[in-house]
Design a protein around this ligand. Structure first.
Ligand code: EPZ
Length: 422
């Protein structure tokens, strides 16, 4: 079992390049199964969720050729199986996109229940509601989700809760359906728009992605021989923005989409840090003083992203005064605060609210990553802390961040991955 060993404290300085978005890539790969043809996908992040999805997609009969570490071609002309096994699907959340894609393509699918970060109940009732509205019968049992339909016919679906996964999954299931589907109260995250753009590049007719009403006019079939590049990762870029602020550093963040980061930019400027757009895909972030307290409420896009909540928690734990975070999306996303308290933070978390009493500095300690973004937060904390921090449970971090220690090392962090055997 590996661990990360970080010696702080070091201000992060230099240039970092953002990879393709995990939460777009893990939906675009299943979406490629809707195509009876070949497509090329570029700017894929080299992370374990992507590799796992490719393994499942190949087991279903598609052929994948790795052109480079970040580019693949997928030939999904021969889908020989529509059964994705539980032992693979349970390892991550996005396996559930295989349901929408294979239901849309083959009208018959069995997918093992998804896994993913332990953030609360994570129900899939809105996904099922959408599939059934299109005419599918859905059965959940014995660890599997089975969906079948003689025909898929467009319908109007109102989401009872804003859901990234359900919005994308219904979009996938309706692209080849007969007639028009309208998804109301849809999620608006950048990765939703990216999936819609990918589908439209293959000849789908998806309109309104990025607003709360998405209209999908079903088409007979999609056309291949296209190349699509995954959008830059908003959450990775935000992670490095908050790392620059917490470490009192100075970073040039390249290959990002600054428009997607407006909420984070506004918040860190409010707290006394600096952020300047150099051009549409480069952001300069620096901070040379103690940040002031802040109140954060996580919201669906364009609000403050829940996936940057733990990373912001590190900034608040060493800011001036008392700050509050209200986590409105997940019931249980404050496990990381126990780990930060082991490093000298003073955080009280209760339900969906956490109170941060700013301290002068953190100190190094052995800590455990409870989920992907908590792991990223602990890396930032280790860089800002006096002394040595050891981070365990790296499998969470490797699911969503490409070459994370290399990227941090290049901007000045004293960080190394050590195998327990060493
Ligand atoms: C996606 O999860 C992301 N994962 C999560 O990122 C992210 O935290 C989340 O969206 C919110 O932005 C991927 O894209 C793979 P939701 P998802 O459906 O789709 C409730 C990361 O760190 N809900 O938008 O599972 C749900 O319980 C990960 O990259 C229902 O009630 O999230 C939650 O309270 C962690 N019924 C809220 O909606 C449903 O059928 C939002 O969930 C679906 C969701």
């Amino acid at each position: 079992m590996d661990k990360l060993v970080i010696t702080g404290k070091t201000p992060l300085k230099g240039e970092v390049s953002i990879s393709g978005a995990k939460n777009a890539a893990v939906a675009i790969l299943p979406a490629a199964l809707l195509l009876d043809g070949v497509c090329t996908i570029e700017n894929l992040p080299n992370i374990s969720d992507v590799k796992l999805l490719c393994e499942i997609i190949e087991s279903l009969g598609a052929k994948i050729n790795w052109v480079s570490e970040n580019t693949i071609t997928i030939d999904s002309r021969n889908i020989s199986c529509t059964n994705a096994p539980l032992d693979l699907t349970r390892k991550f959340r996005a396996s559930y996109y295989l349901i929408g894609a294979l239901l849309g393509r083959c009208k018959n699918v069995q997918v093992g229940m998804p896994g993913g970060c332990k953030l609360g109940a994570r129900p899939i009732d809105q996904h099922i509601k959408g599939f059934e509205a299109l005419g599918a019968s859905v059965d959940v049992g014995q660890g599997n989700i089975t969906a079948k339909a003689d025909r898929l016919v467009g319908n109007s679906i109102y989401m009872d809760i804003v859901s990234v996964g359900a919005t994308i999954n219904v979009m996938l299931a309706s692209v080849l359906a007969e007639g028009t589907t309208v998804i109301d109260n849809a999620a608006k995250e950048p990765h939703i728009v990216d999936v819609a753009n990918f589908l439209n590049t293959m000849g789908a007719d998806v309109r309104g992605a990025g607003t709360d009403v998405i209209k999908i006019n079903g088409v007979e079939k999609l056309s291949g021989n296209i190349t699509y590049s995954v959008v830059p990762d908003q959450i990775e870029a935000g992670t490095f923005m908050l790392a620059a602020v917490a470490s009192k550093g100075d970073l040039i963040i390249k290959n990002c989409t600054t428009k997607h980061l407006e909420c984070i930019t506004a918040k860190i400027i409010e707290m006394g840090a600096n952020a300047e757009e150099i051009d549409g895909d480069t952001l300069h972030v620096w901070c040379n003083k103690k940040t002031s307290k802040a109140n954060i409420k996580t919201l669906p896009y364009p609000g403050f992203p829940t996936d940057l909540q733990p990373q912001m928690g590190v900034v608040l734990s060493i800011s001036d005064g008392t700050s509050i975070i209200n986590e409105s999306i997940w019931e249980s996303r404050f496990q990381y605060t126990e780990e930060l308290n082991k490093m000298g933070a003073k955080i009280t978390a209760q339900g969906k609210t956490a109170i941060f009493e700013g301290v002068d500095s953190l100190y190094g300690s052995p800590v455990c990553a409870s989920d992907l973004r908590a792991g990223a937060a602990l890396i930032i904390a280790g860089i800002c802390a006096d002394g040595v921090t050891e981070i365990y449970n790296l499998e969470h971090i490797d699911r969503g961040y490409e070459n994370i220690e290399e990227k941090f090392r290049k901007i000045g962090a004293n960080i190394k991955r050590v195998s327990e055997d060493d």
